[in-house]
Design a protein around this ligand. Structure first.
Ligand code: SF4
Length: 328
C-alpha cells in the first residue's frame, strides 16, 4: 500500500476527497454560475457511476478517509442513487454539499448511504434577496428542507458566501437562526473564479463580519480541528455555532488535506490549481491512474495554487475553472 502517495512536499497528508458529480445546477448563483446559458458537460464526458467508484476506491486505498459529493448540484444527477449505493460500499465517511432544493426526495437514500453530515449552500434568509442572488424562487422549499434534514437527525452546516453590499445584513439573520437550531453556519469570503466578476473590494472580510456580529451578540471562540477550513465561534446560549472560511484574508492552506475530482474526471490538487490531471481518460484507456495521482500531489503548491501572491492576479483566476465546474 503506497502510504505516502497522498502526502505532498510540504508534509500535508490528503485524506479528504471532494468529488463533483455534475456541473449542472437548478440555481444560478451569481458568484458561481457565470451566466444563465452556461453549457453543462454532456453525460458521455462525465465520470459514470462505476468509474466514480473505481477512482474513489483507488483514493480510499491510498488513505482517503472522507469523500464529499458536490456539484453543481449533485442531486441533479439522474443516477445519484446508484452512485450513493456504490460509494457506500467503500470504507470511507461520505458527506454531501447541496443547495437542498431536492433533498426531500433523497432523505432515505442519504440515510442508507450512511451520510450523517449535509452542507447546504444558502446566502440569505430573505426571499427577495434569495431570488436576486440565485434567479430562482426556491427559498421556501430550501428552508423547509433544511428543517426536514434537522428533524431526520442530519448534522447540517450552512455555507453562506458573503458579498459586500449584497447580503452582509443577512449575517445577523443567520446568527439569530442558530439560537433555536443546532446549525453550523459558515460565512465564506467571496472567492475569484472564472467568470464570476470577482473584485477585491467586493470581499467582505471575515474580521468585518465578526465585528458586525459583536455589535449584537456575545460569543466564545470554539476549538477548531487541525484541518478545519473554518474558524468557529458560538454565541453564548445558542444551540448552533458560526464560523468563517477566510480563503482571501486568512488562508488555511498549511493544514490542507483536500483533493478534488471534477465531474469530467480531472484531479485538482487545490481549489485554485490551474494544472489538472486527467484521470478519467487514463482510466478509459486502461492505464494505471496511481502515478498520475502521485504526481499531482507532488506538484501541489504551498498556498492557493500559487495564486494570490499579488492580489492583482485577476487574469490568473480566469485560467482556472468556473466555481460550478469545480464544486467548491
Ligand atoms: S486554497 Fe488550495 S491549498 Fe489552500 S486550503 Fe484551499 S485547496 Fe487547500
Amino acid at each position: 500500500m503506497h502510504l505516502d502517495s497522498l502526502t505532498d512536499t510540504f508534509h500535508r497528508r490528503h485524506d479528504y476527497l471532494r468529488i463533483s458529480l455534475t456541473d449542472a445546477c437548478n440555481l444560478r448563483c451569481t458568484y458561481c454560475m457565470p451566466n444563465e446559458k452556461m453549457q453543462v458537460t454532456p453525460s458521455s464526458k462525465l465520470m459514470q457511476a462505476e468509474e466514480i467508484k473505481h477512482i474513489a476506491a483507488t483514493f480510499v486505498e491510498l488513505g482517503v478517509k472522507k469523500i464529499r459529493l458536490t456539484g453543481g448540484e449533485p442531486l441533479l444527477r439522474k443516477d445519484v442513487r446508484k452512485i450513493l449505493r456504490l460509494l457506500a460500499t467503500l470504507d470511507v465517511e461520505l458527506a454531501i454539499s447541496t443547495n437542498a432544493v431536492l433533498v426531500n426526495e433523497y432523505i432515505a437514500d442519504l440515510k442508507s448511504a450512511n451520510i450523517a453530515s449535509v452542507n447546504v449552500s444558502l446566502d440569505t434568509l430573505n426571499a427577495e434577496e434569495f431570488f436576486a442572488i440565485t434567479k430562482r424562487n426556491d427559498f421556501g422549499k430550501i428552508l423547509s428542507n433544511i428543517h426536514l434534514l434537522l428533524s431526520n437527525g442530519f448534522k447540517v452546516k450552512i455555507n453562506m458566501v458573503v458579498m459586500k453590499d449584497i447580503n452582509t445584513q443577512a449575517i445577523l439573520d443567520f446568527i439569530e437562526w442558530t439560537k433555536e437550531f443546532p446549525l453550523e453556519v459558515r460565512f465564506i469570503e467571496f472567492m475569484p473564479f472564472k467568470g464570476n466578476g470577482w473584485q477585491q473590494d467586493a470581499v467582505f472580510f471575515a474580521i468585518d463580519a465578526l465585528k458586525l456580529i459583536s455589535t449584537k451578540y456575545d460569543y466564545v471562540k470554539l476549538e477548531d480541528r487541525a484541518e478545519s477550513t473554518s474558524r468557529n465561534y458560538k454565541v453564548i446560549g445558542h444551540k448552533g455555532s458560526f464560523g468563517f472560511i477566510s480563503t482571501i484574508t486568512e488562508p488555511f492552506c498549511d493544514s490542507c488535506n483536500r483533493l478534488r475530482l471534477t465531474a469530467d474526471g480531472k484531479m485538482k490538487n487545490c481549489l485554485f490549481d490551474r494544472g489538472e490531471t486527467d484521470l478519467l481518460t487514463a482510466l478509459r484507456k486502461g492505464e494505471d491512474i496511481l502515478p498520475l495521482i502521485q504526481k499531482s500531489v507532488q506538484n501541489k503548491k504551498l498556498q492557493r495554487g500559487g495564486l494570490f501572491d499579488s492580489m492583482n492576479e485577476a487574469a490568473a483566476f480566469h485560467e482556472n475553472r468556473t466555481m460550478i465546474s469545480i464544486g467548491g
